[in-house]
Ligand binder design. Structure first.
Ligand code: AQP
Length: 339
């Protein structure tokens, strides 16, 4: 474990691989915006180098990166308070990732459930080397800032544990106390928002069924329809959280309500316990529309001015490099490449 005290610093990222879901909003963006107001430096990243681990149409990647940046800002991340960057524009991420590729072990990567999920039923030999090495780049994204805290959804927990393993192995191999042992921050009712069609599957932007997710670009009508059609069971809602066990769809909708209304699950159930879904779903739909449609209209306004988005990201990259360049230089000294 690290003996050094590192200045608290928050880092997190999202892939510009097309579209943002309610899962990304509640599991990541909303929490990024909250962290920004806690007096800690916050750095948020569009991880385009991660996105190309599976093939991306170049024009779509450019547009998706700008749309994602608009999504960050529309969700409350203020470029005056947080550093907002596009990963490829801060070259130290990729440079440190190479060093970490040489620290991390093949066996560690092979055990990652995301790697297993993304290659399940497919020919893993045909997957890109980048997809396999993805967690080493993620570790570099975090550690190039000496970030101490990473707000993420539940699905990313294993990757943060691997980031800790890489930091510990680097520190051990070189006899230094240079990289912090980063903490994942996984809090709240919606760290794992599930599909609206199957409460046992994560809500995901790559799910073939659009009805399974709420996109941040959906209008009020689409949001309401998707919630009304969400899969449920025939029982009324329970009056305590224990009653949600073994009811994945009911739990998911209550968790979403809880996160959007900023109440605990117990507070929500005190209000809606005993209600039928026919009554609860319109309440949830109204709440979701009220919270999400201002975000989608702000996103639309922002993407209409791509030059402004490019300016924000260029400024973010300059600010970021003030942090990353000295950390990379010191890493190269430790490894024996300079100095
Ligand atoms: N369903 C979810 N519930 C809670 N948090 C979620 N996140 C994603 N889905 C959920 C969180 O969003 C952040 C960034 O995710 P990402 O886009 O970089 O990658 P992802 O986790 O792979 O997201 P998707 O939607 O599932 O993308 P695809 O379909 O391309 O694989 C992370 O903090 C993640 O936890």
């Amino acid at each position: 474990m690290s003996e050094t005290t590192f200045t608290p610093r928050v880092f997190s990222g999202i892939q510009p691989s097309g579209g943002l879901t309610l899962g990304n909003y509640l599991g990541a963006l909303k929490r990024f915006a909250d962290a920004q107001n806690q007096g800690i430096q916050t750095i948020y990243c569009m991880v385009d180098l991660h996105a190309i681990t599976v093939w991306q149409n170049p024009e779509d990647l450019r547009n998706n990166t700008r749309e994602l940046c608009a999504g960050f800002i529309a969700s409350g991340i203020d470029p005056e308070k947080s550093i907002l960057i596009n990963q490829s524009q801060v070259p130290e991420h990729a440079q440190l990732a190479w060093v970490f590729n040489c620290v991390a072990r093949m066996g560690w990567m092979g055990r990652m459930t995301q790697w297993k999920d993304k290659t399940a039923g497919k020919n893993a030999e045909a997957a890109s080397l980048g997809l396999f090495a993805y967690p080493a780049l993620m570790a570099a994204d975090i550690l190039i800032y000496h970030a101490t805290h990473v707000p993420v959804g539940e699905d990313q927990k294993q990757h943060i544990e691997l980031t800790r393993d890489i930091a510990m192995k680097f520190n051990h191999d070189y006899g230094v106390d240079f990289f912090p042992i980063t903490e994942p921050v996984i809090e709240g009712a919606a760290t794992r928002v599930m599909s609206l069609r199957d409460g046992t599957k994560k809500m995901s932007k790559s799910d073939p069924s659009d009805a399974s997710r709420i996109n941040l670009t959906d209008d009020a009508d689409a949001i309401s329809k998707k919630i009304r059609k969400a899969k449920t069971d025939p029982e009324p809602l329970p009056s305590d959280a224990k009653g949600l066990e073994d009811r994945p769809e009911a739990r998911n909708l209550v968790n979403i309500y809880s996160a959007l209304s900023e109440q605990t699950v117990d507070q929500v159930l005190a209000e809606v316990g005993g209600m039928q879904f026919g009554t609860f779903k319109p309440m949830l739909a109204d709440l979701a529309v009220a919270k999400l449609t201002p975000i989608s209209s702000e996103m639309a306004r922002l993407v209409a001015d791509p030059a402004e988005i490019d300016r924000i990201l260029a400024r973010g990259a300059e600010q970021a490099r003030e942090i990353t360049a000295p950390i990379l230089k010191k890493t190269y000294e430790i490894v024996g490449m300079i100095g």
